[in-house]
Design a binder for this molecule. Sequence first.
Ligand code: ZN
Length: 147
Amino acid sequence: MSELSDFDDMYQEVIIDHYKNPRNSKKLSGNYDETKAHNPFCGDEIELQLIISEDRIVEKISVTGRGCAISQSSGSLMSDSVYGKSIEEVKNINLNVRAMLKDEELSDEDLDSIGDSYAIEGVKKFPVRIKCALLSWAALKELIDKY
Ligand code: ZN
């Protein structure tokens, strides 16, 4: 087995783990922002709830939905990657994830900022699945751009 296939297997495990045990999937209560995103090509749905604190930090996040493993695990990974981050950091992470899936060059710092969501990097080899991977990130952008 080559090193590359080991690498793929490792990230495959992360994706399956987040699909089976999604993080931050408890619905929020109180004063939250909410949006829904739908990927008609695959039937994926994502519901995103956010509470942004007065000092512009992602204080609470909830991601739920249904659909393929990539869309749902990407939502869970996204929630982990942006929880506790500032609006500016979240905007930057969102750009970096898109750049990663477009196979653009990223600095080490930009790659680090992505956190566990790096696990979806392999999706770039499957252009039809990029929409699945980016569904939760598109929902996030919609809410975050208001700040
Ligand atoms: Zn999908």
